[in-house]
Design a binder for this molecule. Sequence first.
Ligand code: FES
Length: 146
Amino acid sequence: MQRRNFIRKVSVTLASVAGALAGISFLKQFTHGRTGSGRKARVGRIADFPVDTYTFLEEQKIFVYRDHEGVRAVSAVCTHLGCIVLRTTDGFECPCHGSCYSETGDVRSGPAPTALQWYRVEKAPDGVIVVDMSETASAEEKFYLT
Ligand code: FES
């Protein structure tokens, strides 16, 4: 009887650990471990970004937005626990716990505690767009095309 209970407890423990590892592995696809800030990223030329479109850059975990005036960049990292947000018709939404952000990245509904971070955008001498993830910007700030 004691041996049967021991085996049952070991089985439950192993199943729990396996389930937790599978859950962590699943959630990792939505996160980036909060790395990638504090650096500049060369993200492409103006022509790479269609007008009035948010382009998701997986490596940098940012959305680059271009309109007729210029280019802006916003973090795609949810401020709750770091999942990658998805673009919606009128803002952004986190698939992990349901936080919703407005078009400007402000929190519409939590649990996200703060707005998405916008970054400074500049153009390198060779014409490549550079997103400086060590320099924050307001949602209205953009690199103006000339
Ligand atoms: S990580 Fe985005 S709502 Fe929790």
